[in-house]
Design a protein around this ligand. Sequence first.
Ligand code: G6P
Length: 588
Amino acid sequence: MCGIVGFVGNVKAKEVIVHGLKKLEYRGYDSAGIALNIDNDIKVYKAKGKMENLEGVLEGKELDSNIGIGHTRWATHGEPSDVNAHPHSSESGDIVIVHNGIIENYLDIKKGLKAKKIVSETDTEIVAHKLNENYNGDLLDTLKRTIDEVRGTYALVVMHKEVKDEIVLAKKGSPIIIGTSEEGNIIASDIPAVLKYTNKIYILEDGEYARVTKDEVQIFDKKLKLIKRDYIEVDMDEKTAEKDGFDHFMIKEIHEQAKVIEKIVNTKKLEKVKTNIKRYNKIYFVACGTAHYAGLIGKSILDRNTNAAVFAEVASEFRYNEPKIDRKTLLVVTSQSGETADTLAAVRMAKEKGARVLSFINVVGSTIARESDEVIYTMAGPEIAVASTKAYTSQVMTMILTFSKMFGKAVDVVNESKELMMKFDNVLDIEGYVKQLSNKYKDVDRAFFLGRGMDYNLAKEAALKLKEVTYLSSEAYPAGELKHGPIALIDDNTLVVGIMTDERLYEKTISNLKEVKARGAKVLAIINDRNDLVLDVADDVIYIPKSQGEFNAVLANVPSQLFAYHMAVAKELDVDMPRNLAKSVTVE
Ligand code: G6P
């Protein structure tokens, strides 16, 4: 949440920072801003809204500077506005900072401040004033003494107008990396911001500080003792984060899924799994959002194959539900970013109580990946669209393969996966038809997604996808439960989507669809069989190829992804950056 970029080097800082911020916009787009040191004077430019607004403000300005910091914001303290946008400055304008995270004791710090003019409602501005009061000529030491007074989470990046060759930073709870290149050193919240220049990355750990100049990256521990750390080389390039001729990242990423599956199958069949699932009598799947819905599919695999009690909970609730964790507990975590604050907190709590943590993570080297006992990388590549598609598929696929190895069924699953890759292309062939349906249904008032058993889990992800990108009220319900209340909402401008991949449950779900049809709803069925009963009730039917067990979750999710995407396009909405959302949620 919130994207940070800082640069010091041999080329124009403005170009590097603007480029990097555009790559990090998925982290928030309520406002953006940049501060540059130009001849010992700090110039700050900000704009509410997306990066294009900031670019408008910067247009035509000859900003000759090789050092600067920038920020793209997802608002927590204070509404989205120019004044609440980062960078924030001290009263004198000498110190300027950008911040990702939450300063919990900012009101206490504010009470003791000498500064008279506090212009924003943010927690961050208070830290800028405090830094100025603590400034003693040594910027890193000043930062450390200020951090000693701060409680909360932060990636905090600081510049001083008199120190025009260095940027200092501190990290706790929010990610920050430093890319090192010929052009200079680039500080960023995430790797895509630096890939144009380098794939050599330093990763900062919680409690650490860094001093960055054009020639050097120095990393320090919490007592400011210099640490020797080598950079890592990441296996990614700028190209993987481009749209490749597609109109949006979301549709590009939907189409990439067949390749992702292929890569997962080819790599994972060779990888050894260390976790011995038989040792655990309680297994918790913990995650947020789409990753939680992928976890539900994992739960269904383990329910069928182990004697353990298996639970799946959203990470933000997990800690408060008094989970009974001990050394015989396995925590299975799914996370695209590996940085989600609630998921990370669940990991830390479970580890403290003796559980083993097995995680399925996309971003290599992310915090949850580093803190897990075993990490299985999900290999989806960079996912840029805020609404997750290929990350979900990759999580489900890696779980199917990993668990099947644990149960000695790897060979069958690899064969089945090969068939799945072919079936996947067939599902993508229905895009034209799904687009027509999206145009037909784009003006409905609300949508319900119904399913039973695993199809209910699919319904949850489908409903989330549609609401994320179209802003329609869109809810998932167990097909049999709708009549216990929500059926009151059904009218002739309601769309009800029935998801049916389990033939044992077709008839029951179809009966439930009849109930809503009788009350005027429009009915769309997603089913993996030609079936007369469904033709009788549905206005439209999307057929998907039949597959085995949880593989159906991979295939049956695709029409819902395409439907959400084309509905958003038909409604002329910003598909890749839906309002109010952020891709990486690093606050609780
Ligand atoms: C946000 C994103 C979702 C994602 C969820 C969990 O809500 O918009 O796409 O599923 O966070 O994120 P994670 O990185 O842990 O998978």
